[in-house]
Design a protein around this ligand. Structure first.
Ligand code: NDP
Length: 244
């Protein structure tokens, strides 16, 4: 059972990195966290860890590229708890390469996870929040939503799109809080999957030099969630001090 004082917070991509740290942070703040990702073994371990620390958590397999999967994730939580207070659209991928490499499958993967996945989350949760007259959608963008770099054109395109989408969503829904959190280099597994091997190795080297812990981004999310109902923190950019 969850206390009525705690929020029901759903987090996509909670099996590693920023999503995992956000689950820990929001559970420690007394919220009930519902964790989604494809690697359910990692989610199960995190749920056990949170519960052992006195927190409240549950998990469900989730693939954000599937609207049915996202609907199932959100509707199951809504049925069980009677409400969804916060959705953190965090799941993301970043297989970087120059455009002329034409790694089209990876372009589509970035569009499907980073942009379409976020849209799926909005599609599933917005009607519930509108019906209730309150709620918060936190979309994880990036410093790549503010500046374009070589090798990151498609990734930046998805993150600019998430930021644009969030602003439109905010304007249209005065009862729903819409927050964009944009990290810079952050410790996670983001550069471990796909992309041009040379580019990804360079990103990993830069991350090893600069990256802030995922908990630093989780703290920003926790701050935005903690604000009163009439205060919407719209955009937070959290980058390492030394990042250009
Ligand atoms: P990680 O690779 O550590 O985490 C990504 C998460 O997304 C994992 O939990 C993964 O879970 C999940 N995910 C990927 N594909 C899917 C899918 N199809 N369905 C459901 N979940 C999926 O990276 P980060 O923690 O860094 O990434 C989190 C967010 O932060 C992303 O949106 C990323 O773009 C953003 N970001 C990160 C930065 C950084 O430097 N780390 C900088 C700027 C933004 P699983 O594989 O188990 O499904």
């Amino acid at each position: 059972m969850t206390s009525t004082l705690s929020k029901i917070v759903l987090i996509t991509g909670a099996s590693s990195g920023i999503g995992e740290a956000t689950a820990r942070r929001l559970a420690a703040d007394g919220h009930h966290v519902v964790l989604g990702a494809r690697r359910v073994d990692r989610l199960a371990a995190l749920v056990s860890e949170i519960q052992a620390a006195g927190g409240s958590a549950e998990q469900r397999a989730l693939d954000v590229t599937s609207l049915d999967s996202v609907r199932g994730f959100i509707e199951a939580a809504h049925t069980r708890h009677g409400r969804v207070d916060v959705l953190v659209n965090n799941a993301g991928v970043m297989p970087l390469s120059t455009v002329d490499a034409l790694r089209i499958d990876e372009w589509n993967q970035m569009i499907d996870v980073n942009l379409r996945g976020t849209l799926h989350g909005i599609a599933a949760v917005l009607p519930l929040m509108r019906a209730r007259g309150e709620g918060q959608i936190v979309n994880i963008a990036s410093t790549a939503a503010y500046r374009v770099d070589r090798t990151a054109a498609v990734y930046c395109a998805t993150k600019y799109a998430v930021r644009a989408l969030s602003e439109g969503l905010r304007q249209e829904n005065p009862e729903v809080r819409v927050t964009v959190v944009s990290p810079g280099y952050t410790e996670s597994e983001l550069a471990d999957h796909g992309g041009d091997p040379q580019v990804q190795a360079a990103v990993r080297a830069e991350a090893a030099r600069l990256a802030v812990p995922a908990a630093a981004v989780a703290d920003a999310i926790g701050y935005a969630v903690a604000q009163p109902r009439n205060v919407d923190v719209n955009e937070l950019v959290v980058r390492p001090t030394a990042q250009q």
